[in-house]
Design a binder for this molecule. Structure first.
Ligand SMILES: Cc1cc2nc3c(=O)[nH]c(=O)nc-3n(C[C@H](O)[C@H](O)[C@H](O)COP(=O)(O)OP(=O)(O)OC[C@H]3O[C@@H](n4cnc5c(N)ncnc54)[C@H](O)[C@@H]3O)c2cc1C
Length: 374
């Protein structure tokens, strides 16, 4: 039986541990904090699931496979983790959001529908829709439960025999000989999978994964606007406002709408351990401006703001695959990797075990950072 270490048990690492254990590997996981903590990339109650992945056509089959595995995790855990609402990406016909979404749809044949401005207004009357806007409906879009998914994957891995250590910070993961060092103690594995999120660069520096700070922001509907902004009314939206995009979903039980900018250039790279309790003078500024432009029924100042972070790569694509004889990496999620966590976990498990990947990911091959390959 192959002995595999998983370093980092956020969404990607917990799913990797689960899929490795499901494939019969002897799995040992190492998590520096507690599983389900709020100091990395995977906290904040919810994440958007989109099938029509504007970021790369190769992500569409990955998202589809993830949904299958998420349903499997729901079956195993007895919890509801993925709620399908449908989603609409909205912008001027010549906007990058619309052009690139339609290009991905054409390349993949993913189920979608093109809506004109009036059709978008009928479906989403709470949004401010300019006359030149169109919408692209993604019927499979929805909302994922964030921390519960991480905890469910870890519990499923443990139920299959995985040993997952918490409060265990790995100092070194050696590609050549499969050694993992924690607090000066060394353990040898047939393979190591590093899923360290924004900390990826600390363990595998040559992959150029930059830790970027961002926020989880929740907004209250104005009085009388609550029903119009509930999850079943708003669903999942991505709206182009000028050159920026705002994404979000309707209110859950707490009554707040989750909104965020696709990318906030205000922030410089952060040292991952400095995230907790950090603030920035521009916190909330961009998302509030975009919210005011796109959703007039929302109070434009966030009710809740919590720091969060992700690993960014120069080409905004993931870094997922083998980097050495005994070392693989899943990192560089670029702020859109939660929906793919289950299929990435499966992919990394298959790579570690020397199996043919169910969903190939050539665009995420770490070999594009040639200096990283041992
Ligand atoms: C604000 C925000 C909103 C987002 N929204 C979406 C969305 O709507 N949809 C979507 O698909 N994606 C979204 N994402 C991205 C998504 O959340 C991430 O892609 C996903 O959570 C993957 O996280 P991870 O497992 O790579 O990292 P993490 O969750 O950070 O996990 C890495 C883990 O490694 C551990 N670790 C680090 N170093 C070590 C070490 N040396 N030894 C042991 N353990 C270590 C850390 O403690 C951490 O638990 C969003 C991200 C953010 C920040």
């Amino acid at each position: 039986m192959m002995r595999v270490a998983v370093v980092g048990l956020g969404a990607w690492g917990a799913m990797t541990a689960w899929r490795l254990a499901a494939a019969g590997a002897d799995v040992v996981g190492f998590e520096a904090g507690t599983i389900g903590h709020d100091r990395g990339s995977s906290h904040g109650s919810t994440r958007l699931y989109r099938r029509l992945c504007v970021e790369h056509a190769g992500l569409v089959p990955l998202a589809a496979r993830s949904a299958v595995l998420w349903r499997e995790l729901e079956r195993v855990s007895g919890e509801t983790l993925l709620t399908v609402t449908g989603g609409v990406s909205i912008g001027p016909a010549d906007s990058a959001l619309v052009r690139e979404s339609l290009a991905v749809a054409a390349a993949t044949g993913v189920d979608h529908a093109l809506l004109d401005a009036d059709a978008v207004r009928r479906r989403l009357p709470m949004l401010r829709i300019p006359d030149d806007a169109v919408g692209i409906l993604d019927p499979e879009a929805g909302v994922l439960a964030a921390e519960p998914s991480v905890l469910a994957a870890a519990a499923a891995a443990r139920a299959l025999g995985a040993v997952l250590h918490e409060g265990a910070r790995v100092d070194v993961a050696e590609a050549a000989d499969g050694i993992v060092r924690v607090d000066g103690r060394a353990e040898r594995f047939d393979h190591i999978v590093v899923c360290a999120g924004a900390w990826t660069g600390e363990l595998v520096p040559d992959l150029h994964v930059t830790p970027v700070r961002t926020l989880v922001t929740w907004f209250a509907p104005r009085p009388g606007e609550e029903a119009a902004h509930a999850l079943d009314a708003l669903g999942v939206v991505v709206v182009a406002v000028g050159d920026a995009w705002i994404w979000g979903h309707g209110a859950l039980e707490g009554g707040l709408v989750k909104l965020g900018p696709a990318d906030d250039p205000a922030y410089a790279p952060i040292r991952p351990d400095a995230l907790v309790g950090s603030t920035h003078p521009l916190d909330g500024a961009l998302v509030s401006r975009l919210a005011a432009a796109a959703l007039p029924g929302i109070a434009p100042t966030p009710t809740s703001m919590r720091p969060c972070m992700y690993g960014r790569t120069a080409d905004h694509q993931f870094v997922v695959g083998r980097v050495g004889e005994r070392l693989s990496v899943g990192g560089g999620c670029n702020g859109h990797g939660f929906k793919h966590a289950a299929a990435i976990g499966e992919h990394l498990a298959e790579v570690a075990l020397g199996l043919e990947p169910t969903v190939p990911m050539p665009f995420a091959d770490p070999a594009r950072h040639a200096s990283a390959i041992a």
